[in-house]
Design a protein around this ligand. Structure first.
Ligand SMILES: [Mn+2]
Length: 278
């Protein structure tokens, strides 16, 4: 069996056994692989991957072609100020498991869109100074989410980097385009016709995405192509954001271990390192 084929089988086993206990997962993987060095390496990869999924430990690269590094692309951020206390946990290789409670019901509804359509496992717990208004809490959830996203993609090795999607919701149509460029930039062109959706101030949508863009160092363009209803326009935006995010974060099988940049750097640390090395 070729190494490529082993790798495919190994990945298939990991997917197949995702709901089994860790011990049973390992047995199924091992039973399906030949007792060769390549088979052992493939198993080691699946074992590392299962281990990583199981308890959040980071494991190293496999060195096998065709299988991405067995690191868990997850992050956890706790950010506390005099205005808010926000905890965000996310896993960008998730399945859409979502537990969010921000104290802002409409924002919770939107975070569910990000999780469900971006296949991001997401846990958000926030409390804030709602007696003033929702501004601080909304923004700080965006900041913590952006920070967690930056942590989860890490040095961005192997990611697609660019993502885009156009999402409809009835009459609304919104395009989101993003680039994990290492530079925070937001171009926001929504024209939301009402000041509020329920109790949610619609100006906060811009604040939320601005916080994500600057903290995840993401170039983000949001463009409304059509739309009359405020709820529809905002929800279509979050759906498009989710799908674009999923696309941008996916591992490119043709360059799994490379930084997707012609200058070889997408973070300040990488750029500084290349200056050090020069
Ligand atoms: Mn809705």
């Amino acid at each position: 069996m070729s190494e490529q084929r082993l790798v495919q089988r190994c990945s298939a086993f990991v997917a197949l056994t995702a709901r089994m206990s860790a011990r049973r997962q390992l047995r199924v993987c091992w039973e399906g692989l030949p007792r060769t060095n390549a088979g052992r390496r493939a198993l080691r990869c699946s074992r590392l991957r299962l281990y990583a999924i199981g308890d959040g430990h980071h494991s190293s690269e496999t060195g096998l072609p065709g299988i991405p590094a067995c690191t868990r692309r997850a992050a956890s951020v706790h950010r506390e100020t005099r205005e808010t206390d926000v905890r965000v946990q996310l896993n960008i290789d998730g399945t859409g498991v979502c537990r969010v409670r921000t104290g802002i019901p409409f924002l919770d509804h939107m975070l569910h869109q990000v999780s469900a359509h971006g296949l991001v496992d997401l846990e958000v717990h926030a409390v804030g100074d709602y007696e003033i208004d929702d501004h601080h809490t909304n923004e700080d959830v965006g900041i913590a989410f952006g920070m967690a996203l930056a942590q989860a993609v890490g040095e961005k090795r192997g990611i697609q980097r660019f993502g885009h999607f156009v999402a409809p919701l009835d009459e609304a149509l919104v395009q989101v385009v993003m680039d994990f460029s290492g530079r925070g930039y937001l171009n926001y062109e929504l024209q939301i016709p009402t000041e509020r959706v329920g109790s949610y101030d619609t100006q906060l949508v811009r604040e939320f995405f601005a916080a994500i863009a600057s903290n995840a160092q993401l170039t983000l363009h949001i463009r409304q192509l059509a739309g009359l209803n405020s709820h529809h326009i905002i929800e279509a935006t979050f759906k498009a954001f989710a799908r674009a995010l999923r696309m941008a974060c996916e591992i490119d099988p043709r360059r799994q271990h490379q930084i997707p940049s012609s200058k070889g750097a997408l973070t300040d640390q990488q750029a500084l390192r290349s200056v050090d090395g020069a």
